[in-house]
Design a protein. Structure first.
Length: 221
């Protein structure tokens, strides 16, 4: 399971050099995942972005996740989905995903079919995280942990929330205001990894920043 989630958004998807930046982040290898996310985009646009990520991530064996839509994830050969609060529940997605799609998710990504079964849940509260854990989420993405320009209306919860979510025993990612200077704090709170948008996609050297963000976990062994 990756240590770093590189979330995209509508702004990032419009970058003229998106492919260059996505490839640089994916070059960090299996410990990173590109996350196809388009809050304002259509399903077709999301599928197109996800398919592009899969093509760029395959050579270095990075992962690709899609927000909300497991059907899109399966169709393009991504590794799984990240569900939000207004999406289907984890158990419902797993039930739907048990129906054969007629295409192996490994076709595009070169990964095992089981890798396409990841179901993550994005949460903002302890109770949401507890419900995700009960539902059998493979991982939880919790935030907003630190102040962030991406979601300025959401007050930062701090690492105390992160620690409480980690206590449920599910691999947990910190999101919201994540920077290379804060990842050690996230790891100290028990996070499996971190998720970021601007810190990665806006960086002058995305690969270098991606490697720096994963460094605390790489040093574990």
């Amino acid at each position: 399971m990756p240590r770093l989630l590189a979330f995209s958004d509508d702004r990032v998807a419009a970058f003229e050099d998106l492919g260059v930046r996505a490839a640089a982040i994916a070059a960090a290898g299996p410990s990173v995942a590109l996350v196809a996310r388009l809050p304002l985009g259509s399903t077709d646009a999301l599928a197109s972005l996800a398919q592009r990520f899969v093509a760029l991530a395959a050579p270095p064996m990075a992962a690709v996740l899609v927000t909300a839509r497991m059907d899109v994830a399966r169709a393009v050969g991504a590794h799984g989905v990240i569900l939000r609060n207004d999406d289907l529940r984890v158990r419902e997605v797993r039930s739907l995903d048990s129906t054969p799609s007629g295409r192996s998710p490994s076709t595009s990504s070169g990964q095992d079919a089981q890798d396409a079964k990841w179901v993550f849940r994005s949460v903002h509260t302890e109770s949401e995280a507890e419900a995700a854990a009960r539902d059998g989420a493979d991982a939880i993405v919790v935030g907003t942990i630190w102040p962030t320009a991406t979601h300025p209306s959401q007050p930062p919860a701090g690492t105390a929330l992160l620690e409480r979510v980690v206590s449920f025993g599910v691999p947990t990612y910190a999101i919201g205001g994540v920077t290379p200077g804060r990842v050690a704090e996230a790891k100290a709170a028990g996070a499996w990894g971190v998720a970021a948008i601007a810190a990665l996609w806006d960086a002058a050297a995305p690969y270098r920043v991606a490697m720096e963000m994963m460094k605390p976990w790489m040093e574990m062994g």
